[in-house]
Design a protein around this ligand. Structure first.
Ligand SMILES: Nc1ncnc2c1ncn2[C@@H]1O[C@H](COP(=O)(O)OP(=O)(O)O)[C@@H](O)[C@H]1O
Ligand SMILES: [Mg+2]
Length: 339
């Protein structure tokens, strides 16, 4: 019986010495599939053949990326312009990653260059609450962004499944997102698209910011995609196009808190145009059921003038965040004491 190549050997097989040569990945996959098939197929059977591993394998897309060969699996999410897949990395003990695919045809050249510049920067970022970008890959008109895989999906999927979240949990999540924003802002990056769908959850309950920069860069630069962005989380300065500010993310964080508390961002029942009008004219209504600490926190997030809105660092010390975290700490200490 032939021995299967080790994952390291497979990666080497897939990489070209020059790096830009076209590689016959499909041929290699079929060869590997044939080995699988020889191992798994019954020796002699007259029964009609069911779809085997090799048939499924042939339908799979295999990419030879800068971080190694990977096989695309099921779709795990769809955003405004991209499809996100779970993928199996052949090296690194076959760990799973998330791969976001979008079509380069939909963005103009200048915007595509700015996305690439931003991705290069994002690859350098290293923060516990920011989804780690591992690499990128281009094949024809398709561009792929390879990221760490977040097992529990987005906070939007969490509220869809479990309904609105308690304030204590929201405070714990927002503390982590504020920590990510402090870091991001210190690196000179503004996220510009904070909402529950772009905050992802690990199986241990840690949250991480995802999808930064790219979506807004695309929407800014292309008329074709300009209608796709959702305005419900947007601050007045982005709607009026008077310039994005670090604290624009703070406004969107406030809208996200309302989304987590009530399952919808402000003005969600209104159509996008009148929602934008109301955001600029009146500002969001703070939910009456919120605690006084949260009401105060939200009123700071929704200060119309971005210069007057507090920075992420200041908000991390707000009683809504601090007191709720002290509560969590207190419960943990009590639990440890009685254990
Ligand atoms: N790293 C990841 N791990 C797991 N799921 C992800 C990951 N990245 C994105 N997703 C899923 O795909 C959805 C869309 O991804 P996103 O990056 O927000 O795309 P878009 O820019 O098109 O909005 C997310 O809401 C989430 O459900
Ligand atoms: Mg998104």
């Amino acid at each position: 019986m032939k021995k299967l190549a080790s994952s390291d050997q497979l990666s080497t097989m897939g990489s070209s010495p020059i790096g830009h040569e076209k590689i016959d990945i499909k041929g290699k996959v079929s060869a590997i599939s044939a080995v699988f098939n020889a191992k798994l197929a019954p020796q002699a059977s007259s029964a009609p053949r069911q779809e085997g591993i090799s048939d499924i394998q042939k339908k799979r897309v295999v990419l030879d990326t800068e971080i190694g060969l990977l096989t695309l699996g099921e779709s795990i999410g769809r955003g405004a312009f991209a499809q996100v897949y779970k993928a199996l990395l052949w090296s690194k003990n076959g760990s799973t990653v998330a791969v976001k695919k979008f079509s380069v045809d939909k963005v103009d050249k200048g915007v595509y260059q700015s996305i690439q510049a931003e991705l290069t920067l994002l690859k350098r970022l290293n923060h516990h609450n920011i989804v780690h970008v591992l690499g990128q890959h281009r094949e024809g008109s398709d561009h792929y962004i390879i990221m760490e895989y977040m097992e529990n999906g987005s906070l939007l999927s969490i509220i869809k499944e479990f309904g609105s979240l308690p304030e204590q949990l929201i405070a714990a999540y927002m503390d982590q997102i504020l920590s990510a924003l402090v870091y991001l802002h210190s690196e000179g990056i503004i996220h510009r698209d904070i909402k529950a769908a772009n905050i992802l959850l690990t199986k241990d309950g840690d949250v991480k910011l995802a999808d930064f920069g790219v979506a807004s860069a695309i929407q800014e630069g292309t008329e074709r995609l300009s209608v796709i962005g959702s305005p419900y989380w947007m601050p007045p300065e982005m709607i009026e196009m008077t310039g994005v500010h670090h604290t624009s993310d703070v406004w969107s964080l406030g809208a996200t808190i309302i989304e987590l508390l009530t399952t919808e961002p402000p003005f969600f029942k209104t159509n996008p145009m009148s929602a934008m009008f109301q955001i600029v004219q009146e500002g969001p209504v703070i939910p009456p059921e919120a605690s006084s600490e949260l009401k105060d926190f939200l009123s700071l997030c929704f200060k119309k003038n971005p210069e007057e809105r507090p920075q992420a660092l200041t908000l991390r010390n707000h009683p809504f965040i601090v007191n709720n975290n002290i509560m969590v700490l207190f419960v943990l200490v009590v639990l440890c004491f009685f254990h």
